[in-house]
Design a protein around this ligand. Structure first.
Ligand code: SF4
Ligand code: SF4
Length: 373
């Protein structure tokens, strides 16, 4: 589908897209880490939210600041910033999530010049009676900090418009993913990956034009689809920066039918209630969205969510994809595995860095797992 080429190009090199936007000069560009950063506030302030990913390049400068046992997302992002690859950013927002992102925030503030720096100190426990008020207060503070940094005011009207815009984008992405889940052959795994990743950096107006066109194309295809063949699997973990993994899974006989990834469903799950006060509504979304391991919302919540998702999606197995040295995901893994085993859901864990292990090695591991399903 030619429509997808734009998503693939941008997902493959988000920084090049960011530079192009900067040159066009329509909006200030504000980088952010992690899906707990309130994109809607950045957008409502008239700026463009731009998700920062590791760049996969050799890490040299960042090694002076981080131990080698930090995940490649934080090391790779810092390296890219230090070599000037993110020079187009006017500011960067760091949500308070895992330890690595918190330390990255400090190091970035002290070493990366030329853009403003903003910490958003979100609550860690999301299931306490005070979490909603705490989260709303943090977002209110974030709103006024952004107003100061960007020299603007965020009107209620603009904020409501931002909520509607992001809801619409998330609805489109979810609908596309739902279609793939129902008929995995309709879209390659690498395509859904590219759509979601690119959506985190692309201009909203462009997304609101392209995503419905993709849906239209898929609906036409849907009528002529052959019965799907691949074994249905779910991906779970943090960031996946490797579209090749989807292809390798497919070549090994699998089909990704849903995920619990930061570069996947964690980006678009749960909409923001448009009838409520906008900041309260944003807070509620963060409190109710499928939780990541850097936050706490109950002892078994993540495992229960993955089991429920696997059942709902009729998945035969779960593939955990972790970045090496990602403590939050690694700490969560043993209990989630125990519960999946108890529920009879086959699972496998793969640790990756920005550079993938050899394709043959991955192929063998996936084939062995998928044949077992
Ligand atoms: S795992 Fe959690 S903290 Fe890490 S990037 Fe994803 S949402 Fe953010
Ligand atoms: S959650 Fe894991 S992968 Fe994400 S930034 Fe933190 S340590 Fe890295």
């Amino acid at each position: 589908m030619t429509l997808l080429a734009e998503f693939h190009d941008i997902a493959c090199n988000p920084a090049a897209y960011g530079k192009k936007l900067k040159k066009a000069g329509n909006r200030k560009i504000v980088g952010y880490f992690c899906s707990y950063a309130p994109e809607e506030l950045i957008y409502a302030a008239g700026a463009h939210p731009f998700r920062i990913f590791g760049t996969g390049e050799n890490i040299q400068l960042a090694d002076a600041h981080f131990q080698a046992y930090c995940c490649s997302l934080v090391r790779g992002s810092l390296e890219a910033a230090l070599v000037g690859r993110f020079d187009f950013l006017d500011g960067v927002v760091f949500p308070h999530t895992c330890d690595s992102i918190q330390r990255l925030s400090d190091i970035w503030r002290m070493n990366v010049k030329g853009s403003f720096h903003l910490d958003v100190v979100l609550p860690v426990k999301l299931d306490t009676p005070s979490a909603k008020d705490y989260m709303t207060d943090v977002l209110t503070r974030c709103k006024s900090d952004l107003e100061v940094k960007l020299g603007t005011t965020i009107s209620d009207e603009n904020l409501k418009k931002a909520l509607r815009t992001y809801n619409q984008i998330r609805k489109y992405i979810r609908e596309i993913y739902e279609m793939k889940s129902a008929d995995p052959d309709i879209l390659r795994g690498a395509d859904i990956y590219a759509i979601i990743k690119a959506s985190m950096v692309m201009e909203c107006d462009r997304l609101l034009t392209l995503l419905p066109l993709v849906l239209e194309e898929l609906k036409k295809k849907n009528n002529i689809a052959e019965p799907p063949e691949g074994k249905r699997v779910i991906l779970a973990g943090g960031i996946c920066n490797h579209p090749d993994i989807y292809r390798i899974i497919e070549e090994a006989g699998g089909a990704v039918v849903w995920d619990d990834l930061c570069t996947g469903s964690r980006y678009f799950e749960n909409l923001t209630e448009e009838s409520k006060d906008p900041l309260t509504a944003l807070a509620l979304r963060y409190l109710t969205r499928p939780v990541c391991p850097a936050k706490h919302a109950g002892l078994f919540t993540r495992a229960e969510y993955i089991v429920k998702t696997a059942r709902e999606r009729n998945a035969q197995g779960v593939i955990f994809l972790f970045l090496k040295f990602c403590d939050p995901h690694s700490f969560d893994y043993p209990y989630i595995k125990e519960i999946l085993d108890r529920e009879g859901i086959p699972n496998i864990k793969l640790e990756v860095e920005d550079q993938l292990p050899s394709e043959g090695q991955l192929q063998t591991r996936f084939e062995t797992f998928i044949h077992m399903l």
